[in-house]
Each structure stands twice: as structure tokens, then as C-alpha cells.
Ligand binder design. Structure first.
Ligand SMILES: [Zn+2]
Length: 393
């Protein structure tokens, strides 16, 4: 009954507010600050009902490392079995799902204001996450309503010293967006130290503020792609594609998008040779899969710190096999996934949150790392990488 009411409310577009106030239905005390729901999608393991208006949701993914071996059964059985609630743990409040579909033109425009106001030395610096959150709140998450004049209004208001909270009448939704977008975008604009190596070997180090992520494809290597997030996949069992495929040539150097720690490395029956890199703030997990057979990585090991811009491996077609080092992917491509994590339980559970990075790849395109071949090592290395103020020594 509750489900039917909620579904009807979701269809009417008023579920978000209701979820925020009526969260005990789900045994979650999701506070307004923690969101508990996105305006478009709410999903809860206790209810096992998904309210979504598009083909996305935290279902087992090609990129979910927990899909391996015996864990598959947990997923397969998940529909039939009740999900045991952890009675011992305190009830926590954190965001359960994020729809990320901000068009790249809006991302670029907001990032430009952020960067300009942080580097022109006058006025109050304006954060792009605040800008995007104000817009999302105004539009109810529907960026097809975007108007440049709205962005300018929010930018001018923030630059004059007003706080984001003063510019919206829907504080709860605004806070949800600042937290959700903060997790997705938190590392992508900010201070950096950039190291560049010229062809003659000269090293230049410069400090700056701006975009500090790279395209996963090295400069001079090309890809084709489309917005394939959420499409159906059937290897193993039916599930949704919670990542983004970038079709390219085998051996293309794959570049670390954002700095972080190597958290996972090795064979995954879906992703083949894959690497997972966690951002320093712990909120983003970048998953690069189907890397090259026989020689997938460039000097990686678990726990290693990798800088944005460095070569982490090479494009290939490995995966879809329980046996290691098998090329079972038909079209060579990089599968890149971006998981956001608000609570440790979301990392490997089946309430994972994966983001559609299609628009983000266009933003990342602004910075491509040139590479060179070190013949002795038989590796390609980058001529350009960034360290962040928070990068550990
Ligand atoms: Zn894929």
C-alpha cells in the first residue's frame, strides 16, 4: 500500500519532500542534511522497491568487484531473500542514490565562474558545486530548464557575499545537492601542482587553480562513445551497465583521471584486468576495466598513490571470463565507472551508487596528457601530471 502511494507520489514529482519527512517507512532516519533521497530516485534495501524514472539504479554492475565468485549467489538470491537489517549498528543517515545528468555546457560554465573568481584576486570566490546545487534545486534536478541568466544570478549573488542557503527556499533539497554533487565533483576543480616534462627532458613545475582531472585517453588517442549508462547487459545474469564504454585501439595509454590510491587491482570476471582508484577524500572510486591482455598496467600495486595524468595501464578487451587474461570482449574499449561513497557500507554492498560519467568525460576532455615511450621499460609514461595539496607524501 505504501509502495503504491509512494509510486503515485513519485509520478507526481513530490516524492522527494515526502521521503525526507516520512523516512521511517524505510527504517532510515535520513535527515534533511543527509538527503536520503534524490529528487528523481529513491531506493531502499528494506523496501526492495525502486522508484526511478529512468533506467538506473543500484543493481549489480559489470564493475562491481563483489560480483566475483561466490558473491554472485548473494546477488542472485537477493530478490527472493529478505535483506537482513543490521540490528546492531546504529542507524545512519547518508545519501542512497544520486542522479548525475548535468549537461557539460553547464558544468563548464559553472567551473569557469569558480576558476575565474578564485584566480582573479578580487571579490568573493564562488564554488561551482554551490552554483550547480542552486540550479538543481531551482529546476528540481531537471537541467533541461537551464538558463544562463539563472547561473549569472546565482554567481553574482554568491560573489556579493551571500550564502547559497540564503538563495533558495528549499534548504533541504539544496543541502542534498551540495552533498551529492560535492561527492561527485569534489576533486575535479581546485589547487594543483602541475609537472610537465618537455621532449628534451626539461621539467617544469607550476602551481595553479583550475580543472585538475584528465581525460582517461592520452593525447593523440581517439575514442567513440555514447551515453550507454544503464543499458542492459547479460553476461552472467541480467543487470544494468553502471559505467561508460569508450571505444578505442588496443594499447591506448589509459590516464588516471583523478589522483588517489590504488584500491583494487587484478582480474575480475566482468571487468577483466581492472584497476580501482579511490580519491583521497574517499568519496569517489574510479574503475577502469577491460585493460590489455598480458600487459595491462603500468607499475601499479595496491595502495600505490597515483597522480592525475599518469599512465595507469593500456586499453584492451579482457573480461567476461572466470579465467584470467582472457579476451572475451568483442570491441576493444575502456569501461570507466565512477562510484560515489557516502558511507563505507555502500562500497561493496548492493546499494552501490554509480554515476553516469558521459557528460563528465566531455569536461575531462579539456585536459589530455601527452605520453612518450620508454623503450627500455616497454612502457608509456605521461609528460603531464598533477599533485594536489592533499596528496600524501
Ligand atoms: Zn562497460
Amino acid at each position: 500500500m505504501k509502495s503504491r502511494i509512494l509510486a503515485a507520489l513519485a509520478a507526481m514529482g513530490i516524492l522527494p519532500a515526502l521521503v525526507l519527512f516520512n523516512i521511517k517507512i524505510y527504517n532510515y532516519r535520513a535527515s534533511a542534511a543527509a538527503g536520503g533521497a534524490s529528487p528523481k530516485v529513491f531506493y531502499c534495501v528494506n523496501d526492495k522497491t525502486q522508484y526511478a524514472n529512468k533506467a538506473s539504479g543500484p543493481v549489480p554492475s559489470e564493475s562491481a568487484d563483489v560480483n566475483e565468485n561466490e558473491n554472485d549467489e548473494n546477488y542472485d538470491n537477493a530478490e527472493e531473500n529478505d535483506i537482513p537489517e543490521n540490528k546492531n549498528s546504529e542507524k545512519k543517515t547518508y545519501i542512497k542514490w544520486v542522479d548525475f545528468d548535468i549537461p557539460v555546457k553547464v558544468l563548464r560554465a559553472a567551473a569557469k565562474i569558480d576558476i575565474d573568481t578564485h584566480t582573479n584576486g578580487s571579490g568573493t570566490p564562488v564554488g561551482w558545486i554551490d552554483l550547480l546545487s542552486l540550479l538543481a534545486t531551482k529546476y528540481g534536478g531537471n537541467f533541461s530548464l537551464y538558463k544562463e541568466v539563472d547561473l549569472k544570478y546565482f554567481a553574482d549573488s554568491l560573489a556579493s557575499g551571500k550564502k547559497g542557503e540564503e538563495l533558495t527556499s528549499n534548504l533541504k533539497i539544496y543541502k542534498y545537492y551540495t552533498e551529492a554533487y560535492g561527492a561527485v565533483l569534489g576533486g575535479m576543480v581546485g589547487k594543483y601542482m602541475k609537472t610537465e616534462r618537455a621532449e628534451d627532458g626539461t621539467i617544469t613545475v607550476s602551481e595553479g587553480y583550475g580543472l585538475r582531472v584528465y581525460s582517461p585517453f592520452a593525447r593523440g588517442y581517439y575514442y567513440s562513445h555514447s551515453d550507454d549508462f544503464g543499458k542492459s547487459r547479460s553476461f552472467g545474469y541480467k543487470r544494468r551497465h553502471l559505467g561508460h564504454d569508450m571505444m578505442g585501439s588496443i594499447g591506448t595509454p589509459i590516464i588516471c583521471v583523478e589522483s588517489g590510491y590504488v584500491e583494487a587491482l587484478g582480474w575480475n570476471m566482468y571487468g577483466g584486468w581492472r584497476v580501482g582508484i579511490r580519491s583521497f577524500d574517499g568519496k569517489r572510486y574510479y574503475y577502469y576495466a577491460h585493460l590489455r591482455r598480458n600487459h595491462p598496467y603500468n607499475n601499479l600495486y595496491e595502495g600505490k598513490i597515483v597522480n592525475a595524468g599518469e599512465v595507469i595501464g593500456y586499453l584492451g578487451m579482457t573480461g567476461y571470463s572466470r579465467r584470467e587474461n582472457v579476451n572475451n570482449i568483442n570491441t576493444p574499449h575502456l569501461h570507466i565507472g565512477l562510484q560515489v561513497i557516502f558511507d563505507p557500507s555502500q562500497k561493496d554492498g548492493w546499494n552501490q551508487i554509480w554515476i553516469d560519467v558521459y557528460e563528465l568525460t566531455k569536461l575531462w576532455e579539456a585536459q589530455k596528457a601527452p605520453v612518450y615511450l620508454d623503450e627500455a621499460a616497454n612502457e608509456r609514461f605521461s609528460r603531464s601530471y598533477m599533485t594536489y595539496p592533499e596528496t600524501p607524501d
